[in-house]
Ligand binder design. Structure first.
Ligand SMILES: [Zn+2]
Ligand SMILES: [Zn+2]
Length: 228
């Protein structure tokens, strides 16, 4: 998505060696003895495996289509959920738009850690782990999340019970982003933006820019809210 592209400039310091690029996602067990520093991220959130002694309480469970990738979430609901209609999301998901739920990296526990996962960096079209990047199941290729520098954007359709009243309520989107690039009109009453949320112009459900006056009001309201 486009927020990824915006962040890429700040992420170019780390230049992994060629060995890091061919991530063996089918390896089993821990080969930590010869791990280079560049693989250290595999032991950190969101890939760090929580132990039973950790104070991690699973609220939601998720899995990919083939079931090799499984995870738990410790938070009742995401910090926010959004629909993104940008072209990158449409293409990478093979769907009209992306549904993403924002969580802290420590909110998720992949039961096999980094194993059976694959990464893709849409800004450079490489399959190495370079933030921000796309994360999918290495076997069935189910898209799992976008990993940003500080947060993860999880795709809620993998979550068990997401198609229940409780699930729909908890993961309800607060807005549509990049609505100007939509392939389908969505008349759901949820706020719509031309680009990334408040940084862009508000749109109506037919894709017309809403008058500046409305945006100004919204902007002022937002500023007041942030000051408090
Ligand atoms: Zn997008
Ligand atoms: Zn899978």
């Amino acid at each position: 998505m486009s927020s990824n592209q915006q962040n890429q400039d700040q992420e170019q310091q780390r230049a992994p060696s060629p060995t890091n690029q061919s991530t063996n996602t089918h390896e089993n067990g821990d080969t930590s003895t010869s791990r280079s520093d560049q693989d250290e991220w595999k032991q950190r959130p969101p890939y760090q495996i929580h132990r039973s002694s950790d104070s991690f309480h699973a609220v939601w469970n998720g899995k990919c289509h083939c079931g090799k990738t499984r995870y738990q979430l410790s938070r009742d609901k995401p910090l926010a959920a959004k629909y993104c209609h940008c072209t990158t999301c449409q293409r990478l998901h093979g769907s009209p738009f992306q549904w993403a739920a924002i969580f802290h990296k420590t909110d998720i526990n992949f039961t096999h850690g980094h194993h059976d996962l694959a990464w893709y960096d849409p800004s450079e079209c490489t399959t190495r782990h370079k933030l921000p990047c796309k994360v999918s199941c290495a076997y069935c290729r189910t898209p799992i999340m976008d990993e940003g520098r500080n947060m993860i954007l999880l795709f809620p359709t993998l979550i068990e019970g997401i198609n229940s009243k409780e699930g729909r309520e908890a993961f309800k989107p607060e807005c549509h982003m990049f609505y100007s690039r939509r392939v389908v009109d969505i008349k759901d009453g949820v706020p719509k933006w031309d680009g990334i949320n408040e940084e862009s112009k508000r749109m109506d459900e037919d894709g017309n820019i809403i008058e500046d006056e409305h945006k100004k009001e919204g902007g002022e309201h937002e500023q007041k809210r942030q000051k408090t």
